[in-house]
Design a protein around this ligand. Structure first.
Ligand code: GTP
Length: 700
């Protein structure tokens, strides 16, 4: 391939307006250029034959003419030389040099939530001068407003840092910061595949938590070198010795030379950089092999189309080359490739081991799916790299615009969010109580909360959400099973043979004194006990199989409150199990409210129905007539409440007088109320739809 040796810049001779930038290859033919700093265009199609016009050589670039000159010191094989009008000043492209894989280290930071990943990433960016002190802000890589406000990482983030190590050599360190919350663990698994090593951050005051273990398992499954680091040693409550012991006992990592750092104060953070260079293996040098690069993230930019983040395993990628996505078998021409330093900086080529981005005029994220392999269309690789399991939505809820006119806006907003969030799913549905809306699928409750918040903040939508539910497999007699994501769709009981519900394998790590209370909670949520391990003298791990439906209704909050915040939990999908489940419906004033329908375990149906009707009685405003609120399974009423009518003193104006007159007035009032009840419609307030959620909390 031609090697880029120099760049040039000049005005178009024809229009005298456009500035043209170009790069020369080894034979000093311009091989790619751009107009007015906008997109790069391959010159293969655009450069016309060069010619000399008097002493002023010029060159066609598409419809533009570039004025060029000679350098007399070198004899060129072609008539044209490097452009000399103005040599491209130190532009971004030239600051990034291609490096050999030996000088590259790809690593990610993994930890339990809030153990200090993003803070450590901040310090590393500062130490390597990737971000100047002036531009530095807390949690630099968390770019979403929501991430910064809540102090959590939602999306994985990448940054390329340049570091001169103690051995005097310069290294390129590609960092991937990952989220800690269990809902986003699929982001973690994606980033792990792009790395050779992981820094495992453990809070020295808290120790090994459930998510620490889960992430370590993921990292060792991917064959990564794990470097444990104790963070927050500046805290008075830090117990580095105890935590080191925990790491050795629970994870089995040697902690004899484990670093004790404070990401907040910067103590010992520079040593982390040395450890990365020393312990994390460099990527393999397979530059001669056909290109294979793994897509680990992508997002949609309204100006440039889909931006794909990838890691190259084999071969070389250059701007202007035609690439192919091996799974979707779609071809695109790369308009720009570059690295994330941490902002996008374009480069001409990237070699094996490099992490970068590319722009190729891709219109939908579906064309460049995360987990797909990029290869060259002209020299495709034989087989794609092992991708990822697709993120599967686990929790579903209905989203309805409070104002029916906003339905189309909601559709548009969901379409846009979906472009950058492949785990989100949605399909239209309608409800008699709430009109038209969408049934959306999320990875977990936090994911759901974040999507709802983004919809209201970024798109100004006022939404009503129904209580979250999970997906059930309903086996009908002599028919193939149905997947039900909306409880209202559950067929009549006599048609159902059995129902299967999703289960998760749950691990809770807790100080031993809270074990009893947490076991009680888990059992009340239909948990099936699997194992209990004493990890250290004071900490215990509990393992349960738990229905996902029980977990999504604020189980995590209860675990936290019962353990005074000290327990942590982690779960992953473990399969479907048969459950004795029924559809619990609610009728208000004789009319079933479909948005309040839910699938619950038969044993709990009565208590939930009772609590729900009581709660609705408080929430639904009183009307002129008496309103019955009933919880029902099929046509059987299992709980009932009445909202009393508003009373108007129709006798107020009767001073004394005849009793028959009073009776007449009261009779007239009773008749009026009866009529109103027959034609009256009860508006169920929005809070009522969330009642189900809060109910199950009180239920425990
Ligand atoms: N005292 C002290 N506080 C720290 C240190 N490192 C991080 N913190 C604080 O711990 C909190 C969590 O830090 P983050 O860096 O956001 O943690 P995280 O692991 O990235 O969190 P998620 O992205 O949500 O998983 C913040 O309030 C930090 O200021 C440290 O070394 N010492």
């Amino acid at each position: 391939m031609p090697k880029r040796v120099d760049s040039c810049r000049g005005k178009c001779l024809r229009c005298n307006r456009h500035i043209l930038y170009g790069f020369c290859n080894t034979s000093f033919q311009l091989y790619d250029f751009r107009v007015n700093c906008s997109r790069w265009v391959s010159t293969k199609r655009h450069v016309g034959l060069s010619s000399l016009k008097g002493n002023k050589p010029w060159l066609w670039l598409g419809k533009h003419l570039l004025h060029v000159g000679y350098s007399r010191s070198i004899i060129f094989p072609v008539s044209l030389s490097m452009a000399e009008i103005s040599t491209h000043s130190k532009g971004e492209e030239q600051t990034i040099e291609n490096v050999s894989p030996q000088q590259i280290r790809n690593f990610c930071i993994i930890a339990h939530i809030d153990h200090g990943k993003s803070t450590l990433a901040d310090r590393l960016l500062q130490l390597t001068n990737t971000v100047s002190n002036r531009d530095m802000k807390e949690q630099f890589l968390d770019s979403m407003d929501l991430e910064r406000e809540r102090g959590i990482t939602i999306k994985l983030q990448t940054a390329r840092m340049s570091y001169t190590a103690a051995d005097g050599k310069q290294y390129i360190l590609n960092l991937i910061d990952t989220p800690g919350h269990v809902d986003f663990s699929y982001e973690v698994s994606r980033s792990l595949v792009a790395c050779e090593g992981a820094i495992l951050v453990v809070d020295a005051s808290q120790g090994v938590e459930a998510q620490t273990l889960a992430n370590v398992y993921l990292a060792s499954e991917s064959g990564l070198e794990i470097i444990p680091v104790l963070n927050k040693v500046d805290l008075p409550s830090a117990e580095p010795l105890r935590v080191k012991q925990e790491i050795e006992q629970m994870i089995g990592l040697d902690t004899s030379d484990c670093l004790e750092i404070s990401a907040k104060t910067g103590k010992n953070v520079e040593k982390v950089l040395e450890y990365i260079v020393e312990y994390i293996p460099p990527p393999k040098d397979r530059s001669d092999a056909p290109l294979r690069a793994l897509i680990f993230d992508s997002y949609y930019d309204s100006y440039r189309g889909v931006i794909v983040y990838f890691r190259i395993f084999d071969g070389i990628l250059e701007t202007g080359r035609k690439i192919r996505f091996m799974n979707s078998q779609k071809d695109f021409e790369t308009v720009e490739i570059g690295v994330l330093a941490p902002h996008q900086v374009s480069v001409a080529r990237l070699g094996p081991g490099e992490v970068g981005y590319l722009v190729a005029g891709i219109k939908t994220v579906q064309d460049a799916r995360v987990g797909d392999t990029i290869t060259l269309a002209s020299q495709p690789a034989h087989s794609p790299l092992a991708g990822y399991k697709e993120a599967k939505p686990m929790v579903f809820c209905g989203l309805y615009p409070a104002d029916a006119d906003q339905f189309e806006d909601l559709r548009e907003a969901l379409e846009r969010l979906k472009l950058n969030d492949s785990a989100l799913s949605y399909e239209p549905e309608s409800s008699s109580a709430m009109g038209f809306g969408f049934r959306c699928g999320f990875l977990g409750l936090l994911h759901m909360e974040i999507v709802c918040e983004r919809l209201s903040r970024e798109y100004g939508l006022d939404l009503v959400t129904t209580s979250p539910s999970v997906g059930y497999y309903v086996h009908l007699e002599k028919k193939s099973p149905l997947l039900i994501q909306n409880p209202c769709e559950l067929p009549e009981p006599h048609l159902i043979d059995h129902i299967e519900e999703p289960y998760v394998r749950l691990e809770i790590i807790t100080p031993s004194e809270f074990v009893g209370s947490l076991m009680e909670l888990t059992q009340s949520r239909r948990g099936i006990f699997q194992d209990m391990k004493y990890i250290t003298a004071t900490r215990t791990s509990l393992i349960y199989e738990l229905p996902l439906a029980e977990l999504v209704t604020n189980f995590f909050d209860l675990v936290k409150s019962r353990s005074r915040g000290y327990a942590s939990m982690e779960y992953h999908w473990s399969g479907y199990r048969v459950g004795d489940l029924v559809k619990l419906e609610v009728a208000v004033n004789g009319e079933k409210v479909d948005a309040l329908c839910n699938i619950v375990h038969r044993d709990k149906a009565y208590s939930i129905a009772r609590a729900l009707t009581e709660r609705l009685k408080e929430l639904i405003p009183r009307q002129q007539f008496r309103i019955p609120v009933q919880g029902m399974i099929g046509s059987r009423v299992i709980a009932s409440e009445h909202i009393p009518a508003l009373r108007k003193d129709v006798l107020a104006k009767c001073y004394g007088g005849d009793i028959s007159r009073k009776k007449k007035l009261l009779k007239k009032q009773a008749e009026g109320k009866k009529k109103m009840k027959a034609i009256g419609k009860v508006d169920v307030p929005q809070e009522a739809f969330r009642a189900m959620l809060s109910l199950k909390q009180t239920d425990d």
